[in-house]
Design a protein around this ligand. Structure first.
Ligand code: ADP
Ligand code: MG
Length: 317
């Protein structure tokens, strides 16, 4: 095997499109995914995320374009000849098998002498060695997900494909599992291609994010880049709340309420725990939302205030 550098490309899509009978699901997408990265595809429902994963896994064939994995062209290989693995939303664990049995099942095509040791190593990596003999029904939602991950990584895939894996969990657990999943990916070092429609999820977990819209790529960058320097109105709006004033974007958290600035009338104050949303109408016309830390905002509807923001926080698209 040739020596690999830390930042080489493990998975590449070259001008990939996918047409179904009545529509183009993926439109001319080119992507380079670095080895070892936590890479997310982010976009609204129906934008083509799952279709991309299915083309990488081999469950769909691109209409045009090429898929390369580890410097080998794979787009016409059957799924079992591609060294990728998928973690589905539903985890698809076997209820009658133990945790260890479920993970061993992942090795069914690759029986070797080191199997047991390998399974135990992976269980350790996902912090489930103490629960190896439990059944899935005796685990929490987060633990079940770790079994699904262990079963996928025991085969040492080049890329692990994860299609909205957190959407089955309740909101409280989701936030906790985000951190766990991110740490696990770092520890194990497997490249993740992670699909989500949740911008917070993508921002908090990813090394890089590809934002999709209507089958096409809008922007690829680090979480900070796509949040702070969106290149289109779509990306700016999809990544979080945005005020548009004279064609310039300003995030609610960048808006200050202070003694001087543009005049506005408060139209609503919403308490959200860690911050408040202040809705306002600018005297010059237009709506504006500010996000403020609660103790500071004793504002009331009908009150006239002044608003300002730093020009460095303006987003021009
Ligand atoms: P996402 O995962 O981002 O929600 P999908 O990749 O599942 O989006 O779907 C993209 C578009 O392609 C959608 O409009 C969907 O209805 C369509 N689509 C997906 N799979 C098929 C299929 N097998 N046949 C026809 N249309 C499909
Ligand atoms: Mg999908």
């Amino acid at each position: 095997m040739p020596q690999q550098t830390a930042h080489d490309t493990i998975l590449e899509l070259r001008r990939v499109s996918k047409d179904f009978a009545t529509q183009r699901a993926v439109a001319d997408v080119s992507l380079e995914i670095p080895r070892g990265a936590f890479f997310s595809l982010l976009g609204p429902s129906g934008c083509g995320k799952t279709t991309i994963l299915r083309m990488v896994a081999g469950f769909e064939t691109p209409t045009t374009g090429e898929v390369w994995l580890n410097r080998q062209r794979i787009d016409s290989l059957p799924p079992y000849r591609r060294n990728v693995n998928t973690v589905f939303q539903s985890y698809a664990l076997f209820p009658h098998l133990s945790v260890q049995g479920n993970v061993e099942f992942g090795l069914r095509h690759k029986k070797g002498t080191d199997d047991i040791k390998r399974v135990l190593d992976v269980l350790k990596q996902v912090h489930l060695e103490a629960k190896a003999s439990r059944k899935p029904s005796e685990l929490s939602g987060g633990e079940r997900q770790r079994v699904a991950l262990a079963r996928a990584i025991v085969l040492e895939p080049d890329v692990l494909l994860l299609d909205e894996p957190l959407s089955a969990l309740d909101p409280q657990l989701r936030k906790q599992v985000r951190v766990e999943l991110r740490d696990l990916q770092r520890r194990v070092g497997v490249t993740f291609l992670f699909v989500t429609h949740d911008q917070e999820e993508a921002l908090s977990m990813s090394d890089q994010i590809a934002v999709m819209n209507g089958g096409a790529l809008e922007q690829v960058g680090t979480p900070r880049e796509i949040y702070a320097q969106p290149r289109s109105r779509f990306v700016a709006d999809f990544l979080g709340a945005m005020n548009w004033i004279d064609g310039i974007g300003v995030r609610p958290e960048a808006v200050s309420i202070c003694p001087e600035g543009r005049k506005a009338v408060v139209t609503g104050v919403t308490y959200l725990g860690s911050f408040c949303h202040i809705a306002m109408t600018l005297t010059e016309g237009g709506e504006l939302i500010a996000a403020q830390v609660p103790p500071g905002s004793t504002l009331q509807s009908g009150q006239t205030v002044c608003v300002t923001w730093n020009s460095v926080d303006e987003i021009h698209v």
